[in-house]
Design a protein around this ligand. Sequence first.
Ligand SMILES: [Zn+2]
Length: 274
Amino acid sequence: MRVTSVLLATALIFIGELAHGESTEVDSTPIETWKGKTVLIFTPHPDDDTFACGGIMKILADNGNNVQIVIYTNDDKGSLDPDMTSERLARIRKAEEEKACNILGIPAANITWLGYEDGNLEYADPQRLRGEAARQIKKHRPDAVFTIDPGQKHERWHKTDHRMAAFITQDAFIASEWHLYYPQHLLVDKLKPYHVPVAYYYYTEDPNVTIDITGVFEDKAKAAAAHVSQFEPSLSKYTPEMGKETFEGIKAWAASLSKEDGKMVEKFRRLEWP
Ligand SMILES: [Zn+2]
C-alpha cells in the first residue's frame, strides 16, 4: 500500500513536470554577475543581438556562461548594391555574425540559424515557426531568454521580422511549457517541456533593468562594426573592408545610444515568467 502510494506520488510529480515544464528557479541576482548559466538570445536578424545585447553578451561569455543565439532569418535582402545576390548576401551576413560573436567571446557553434528569408518571417507558417522556437527553448533549457519586446512599437511600425520574432518567441514560451504542444518534441526527440524562468526584452519602451557595459563597450563597438555590409559605403557597394572613419562613426552612434550618467549601458525589460 505504502509502495503504491509512493509510486502514485512519483507518477503524479512526473506527470506534473511533463505537463508544465520543469520547475526552474529564478535567479534574481544581477545577470551581469551570473556564472555557469545558460542564456538563450532570439534575434530576427544577424545584427540585432549585437546592437541590442552585445555588451551583456560579452559580459556573460567572459563570466563563463553558455550563451546561445537563435537567428530567425538569414538577412539576405538588405543591400543596395545592384550586383549583390541573396545567396551571396546570406553568406556575408553569416560570416559577419560569426565574427561579431567571436569578438564577444561566443563561438560560431553556439549560433543556430533557422534560415528564413529576410523580410519574410511574417509570411512563414506561424505554427511551424513557434514549434521551432519552442524546440530551441526545450533543447537549451535557458536560465534566461533575451528577445524583442512585443510591445506597442512593434505593432505600430517595425520591420516584419522584428514584429513576428517578438510575438513568436513570446508564444513559444507557452508552447515549450506544455507537453501537448508539439508532442513530437518529447515523444521523438526526448526534449522535455521547459518553463522559461525569466525574460529580458530588448528594443523595449519600458526598461526596468540597466546594465553597465562600460568595461566592454569597446568590444561591443567592434562587434557592431563587424556587420560591415549593414553600413555605408558597403551597403551600396559591398566591400569587406571598413575604413577607420566608418568605424569611428559606428562607435559614436553606439555611444549615443548607450550613454547615461557618464556610463555606457544597455536597458531591458525584465520579466519573471509566471
Ligand atoms: Zn533587425
